[in-house]
Design a protein around this ligand. Sequence first.
Ligand SMILES: C=CC1=C(C)c2cc3[nH]c(cc4nc(cc5[nH]c(cc1n2)c(C)c5CCC(=O)O)C(CCC(=O)O)=C4C)c(C)c3C=C
Ligand SMILES: [Fe+2]
Ligand SMILES: [Fe+2]
Length: 334
Amino acid sequence: MIPAGHPPVARPRIGVLLINLGTPDAPDARSVKRYLAEFLSDRRVVEIPQLAWQPILRGIILNTRPKKSAHAYQQVWGEGGSPLAAVTRAQALALKDAFGDGVTVDWAMRYGNPAIGDRLRALKEAGCERILLAPLYPQYCAATTATANDKAFAALAAMRWQPALRTLPPYHDDPAYIDALAASVAAQVAALDFEPDTILASFHGMPQRTLELGDPYHCHCRKTARLLGERLGRPLTVAFQSRFGRAKWLEPATDTTLEALPAQGVRKVAIVAPGFSADCLETLEELAIRGRESFVAAGGTHFAYLPCLNDTPVGIDMLRTILGRELEGWRAPL
Ligand SMILES: C=CC1=C(C)c2cc3[nH]c(cc4nc(cc5[nH]c(cc1n2)c(C)c5CCC(=O)O)C(CCC(=O)O)=C4C)c(C)c3C=C
Ligand SMILES: [Fe+2]
Ligand SMILES: [Fe+2]
């Protein structure tokens, strides 16, 4: 007999796939070489013709950089492996609890493991008919956000029966993100045994040409820094790190800024990296280790690196709000 009123409707299972950049499987030159070969062959990342680029990549870069980068990775590698992977895994676990039944949360890396295609297929096999792709980059950049989505779309291109997809938009000016950053920075600065003369917000850099070609990344970073400064009640010093290759990158550069600050009377600095949702090589080695060394060598007296939101309660609460919003309509009663 058919019951009166609306029959119960089975809710489709929802999948959430957290995506970050990628990292080597181990901190040795061989693993780093494999990872860099995949990463630096991505046309979204290095935007020069492959015919000109591949000989430079294969002939020079992949023969010199892996050893140097492996040494850097060794300094930050932990019990859970690469910090980027360990933190992303922890974020997925925490969000699983936050979303509760009906939502499966998994994680993947754009380069290396776990691969986006593998995890998407696993979500589908687990019964997820609707999947939110969440590249965890607050500021949109084709070299990060777009290439993560491209990789997922390529995996779907090989499926006869595709799940429905949504993608997480950039959240560089989302009040939930700015509030979470401000709460984290304020608490960490209050816990320092010195009062910083400035707070330096360091974002990952990219070629200046990419900005000129219309990528919104630079504007997104500037807006995040302005809103965060307003929320903290003090303007931030902004700089861009991790320059790669000989082309002009976004300026000012974090390393030269750190070297110049003491001569300008700024001897106590706290650094935050608002563009990174997880601590990684670029924050833990480049900022917290090498940044400190160059600042102190230039005459700085006090230096603090303030960790990212990672899987802290305030960070997870922010992700639950921002990702949860994208699930609306999928999770609402039918
Ligand atoms: C070659 C050009 C690069 C562009 C453009 C770029 C953009 C970009 N990257 C991130 C976030 C991360 N990058 C990380 C590492 C890393 N990035 C580049 C190069 C470019 N990045 C290289 C060569 C490396 C590898 C490390 C090294 O050999 O120095 C990481 C950390 C990875 C880890 O394992 O911890 C992150 C995260 C953003 C947000 C971005 C946008 C402009
Ligand atoms: Fe990078
Ligand atoms: Fe770097």
